[in-house]
Design a binder for this molecule. Structure first.
Ligand code: ATP
Length: 508
């Protein structure tokens, strides 16, 4: 992506009247605006009033409706000074703290009026830029507003910040490998936070060491949390915790090798991995795989909540998705886990078209997947792909599409031994796993985990010294399997997977 100032220049030159920068980093947006404005004057409105940046003139206490009204009608007083002050030609009007006023009818009306005058060429070389932490655009202004996302620092820029910090503090130069690791760990954070973390680390024990990586992790977690639409998921599950699904695991291991040696792989001609769609029955290990993939790749896991993406304002959902993508790319390498994909995109192309917002959201997502260059590896999971638009399933979007079905007997045995081993390792040798396998045809991994948990609790409450096969069999008898509960939809889904030639996650 081009730097923010360059993108702004492009839009400004093309006469786009209002640019909307969704960020809480006002400093960064200010710098980009200064660059994009060139020799035009920047005029800022914030809750304190107006500030004319070139002349340094201040007009305190002007409200937003007043200020906009004056720019809309600079000749209202007949005074030349007033008319010159509020002439928007060859100026960039920046609005900060404006979010809460954007719904007011007079503000909307004035912005619309000014936009029309910019578009028609009456206000030459004028632009309005809104800087706000979140995107909320009134419907009436939708056509005039273009949403932009801020730049994040590249690993190279972060590296320079760290080196400069060490020099300024008179510290020894950091080892090259550690410097690279640190720069990667800081990815996604703004400069002031990086400096804060480094200062904190230094104040703590007088040096910057590996232990300080945890600080950046914590900060990043907060950053992701603040976005409101993503969360950083702790990585407890490993690939070894997955019973079966050998095809999928082998595929992920292959991708891990590429991602961990990306420079060499690219030089060799290997394509950058984009991501995988894992579809299939509930409780059969889809989420488990998303988590294990991040652990395997040794990168953070960001979970995108499709439900929270849908905003109430026009363009908000799309802007949220763009913001999430930009943040994931900034933090990358990472795994971007899109859970319950079907909830967001189901039904888009099934006759009559889906909701307009969803369709646009889908377009944004598809384009990103198609053109993706960064190292944000997508793991999308879906329970039901029946209603997913076919474009999504076409080659070129995901590297591969897997389906996970009910575990076969060998897989059930492994899942039993994983879950018993996790909780009662010493009892595992005495358990007749094949007896359990025989009785659990049609059980999902999650059902099996439930059986193990119930049996262990029963052993404890019945004062038994250990977990036994009999206790497990009894827990099986009182658990309804997934295939009993979802018989019909399982059969239907299996057919769809076969028809669409999805790869089986298990070795059949
Ligand atoms: P949902 O669509 O309901 O979210 P899911 O397919 O994502 O289902 P998971 O969350 O991955 O299911 O599985 C639920 C739990 O079941 C896991 O936390 C895990 O403990 C257990 N489980 C499922 N499949 C397996 C497996 N193949 N090996 C080991 N444990 C499994």
């Amino acid at each position: 992506m081009k730097p923010l100032s360059e993108r702004m220049t492009l839009y400004m030159d093309a006469g786009f009247p209002i640019l909307y920068i969704a960020t809480f980093e006002e400093d960064k947006a200010d710098r980009a605006i200064e660059e994009a404005a060139g020799n035009r004057e920047v005029v800022e409105w914030n809750v304190r009033g107006l500030l004319f940046k070139q002349s340094k003139e201040k007009v305190d206490g002007v409200t937003l409706p007043e200020a906009l009204g004056n720019f809309a009608n600079p000749n209202q007083t007949g005074s030349e000074k007033f008319a010159a002050r509020y002439d928007l030609r060859r100026r960039v009007l920046v609005l900060k703290d404006a979010q809460q006023f954007l719904e007011a009818p007079d503000v909307v009306a004035q912005l619309k009026y000014l936009s029309e005058r910019i578009v028609s060429g009456q206000l030459t070389d004028a632009n309005i830029v809104i800087i706000a932490p979140r995107t909320c655009i009134p419907k009436e202004l939708e056509h005039y507003i273009t949403i932009l996302t801020v730049d994040y620092l590249s690993a190279e820029e972060i590296r320079k910040i760290i080196v400069r910090f060490c020099e300024e503090q008179g510290l020894d130069a950091l080892h090259e490998d550690f410097l690279r690791e640190l720069a990667l760990a800081f990815k996604g954070l703004p400069e002031f936070e990086i400096i804060n973390i480094l200062s904190l680390a230094l104040a703590d024990n007088g040096e910057i060491g590996r232990a300080d990586l945890a600080l950046s992790h914590e900060q990043k977690k907060q950053l992701v949390q603040k976005s409101g639409i993503m969360e950083m998921v702790p990585l407890k599950e490993r690939i070894e915790d997955i019973g079966g699904l050998e095809n999928l695991k082998a595929w992920l291991k292959q991708k891990a090798k590429v991602l961990k040696n990306i420079d060499k792989a690219e030089a060799f001609g290997v394509d950058l991995p984009k991501g995988v769609l894992i579809a299939g029955l509930p409780g059969c290990g889809k989420s488990l795989n998303a988590k294990a993939a991040a652990a395997l790749f040794e990168v953070p896991l960001l979970r995108l909540d499709m439900g929270r993406l849908m905003g109430k304002y026009v363009g908000e959902s799309e802007a949220n998705l763009r913001q999430a993508i930009a943040l994931a790319e900034a933090i990358s390498p990472c795994v971007l886990w899109i859970d319950e994909l079907e909830k967001a995109f189901a039904g888009i192309s099934s006759g009559g078209g889906g909701h307009e917002v969803t369709t646009r959201l889908f377009g944004t997502f598809l384009t990103w997947m198609q053109e993706k260059e960064g190292l944000a590896f997508v793991v999308a999971t879906a329970n039901n792909i029946e209603h997913l638009p076919p474009e999504l399933l076409r080659k070129g979007r995901f590297d591969e599409i897997f389906y996970v079905g009910l575990p076969n007997p060998q897989e059930r045995e492994k899942i039993f031994s994983i879950h018993i081993g996790k909780r009662r390792k010493k009892d595992l040798a005495g358990i007749d796993l094949s007896a359990l396998v025989k009785e659990t045809n049609g059980y999902s991994g999650s059902d099996i985990e439930g059986v193990v948990k119930d049996a262990i609790e029963a052993a404890f409450t019945q004062d038994k010294p250990k977990l036994t096969t009999e206790l497990l069999l009894s827990a099986i008898r009182s658990t309804a399997s997934l295939s009993e509960i979802m018989k019909e939809s399982i059969e239907k889904m299996a057919k769809v997977y076969q028809e669409r030639h999805f790869k089986n996650a298990s070795i059949s």
